[in-house]
Design a protein around this ligand. Sequence first.
Ligand code: G3H
Ligand code: 13P
Ligand code: ZN
Length: 328
Amino acid sequence: ALISLRQLLDHAAENNYGLPAFNVNNMEQVQAIMQAAAQVDSPVILQGSAGARSYAGEPFLRHLIAAAIEMYPHIPVCMHQDHGATPGVCFRSIQSGFSSVMMDGSLLADGKTPSSYEYNVTTTKQVVDLAHACGVSVEGELGCLGSLETGKAGEEDGHGAEGELDHSMLLTDPDEAADFVRKTQVDALAIAIGTSHGAYKFTSKPSGKVLRIDRVKEIHQRIPNVHLVMHGSSSVPEDWLAIINQYGGDMGQTYGVPVEEIVEGIKNGVRKVNIDTDLRMASTGAIRQHLAQDRKNFDPRKFYKEATKAMQAICAARYEAFGSAGMA
Ligand code: G3H
Ligand code: 13P
Ligand code: ZN
């Protein structure tokens, strides 16, 4: 059944678990996420980005999610719009039936220039007023995602601010978060604590702690009733990276967010964990491997099936690790 983000995350908070929110662009991703959820009995957040809407087209995206809900009536599904760059984008998604929208007012409408705090409050509040009147939840964002080492937002395929960021933007301020929530009434808040979008998050293997969990704790204490969201939370699986490069790919050496650190975040108030890159890599790796190993095949269903299986395994592992397995 379709459910709002607020309802899903309230349940997660009451039961101390977190939920992965997977980006979806096509049928295989939706099927992988749903098959894994059915396998481990987890609720689901399916999110569509602007990129997904331009890839699949809004009606296809909407009907793919509708198909998931029809096929798995016992699983609660939140249909979430990821990174709305303007209130207009969010209003359109509300109109088309999304049960939750993200107004990302941390950046201007171009999706890459950091905005002023006042701009963020005004645009986010505009969306909350309308969304709540429609029973739709709203996620806001405060702070800019980027590496705490380099001050850069995720590179290449990452979504986010461009160029070097002022260091103070890279960590969400707890007092400002409290003020933001009071003024906007958002249901969920994406925070900056050292993650970044895309595959190129860390250049060396994280040996210690890469995330500022102390900051998560402080923010959670200030706004205990708002669900915290971690974007840029792919773990960049080393095995799939190796397979991609073994079968003709050319991805640079890179590391993601260790699952154990996400679990620490969940213990301290994180309820929604955004993951896109991990499924992209599993899918690309599985397809490259299949095509290299079965060179006579020209039936796409065979490699799509491998991609689905690879993505499903990652989804199931995240549901288990984040504690949402058994909670549907
Ligand atoms: O936040 C960005 C997500 O990874 C979606 O990426 O805009 O390329 O679909 P996309
Ligand atoms: P990753 O690039 O780490 O998968 O993050 C995805 C995300 O935050 C989507 O909003
Ligand atoms: Zn994001």
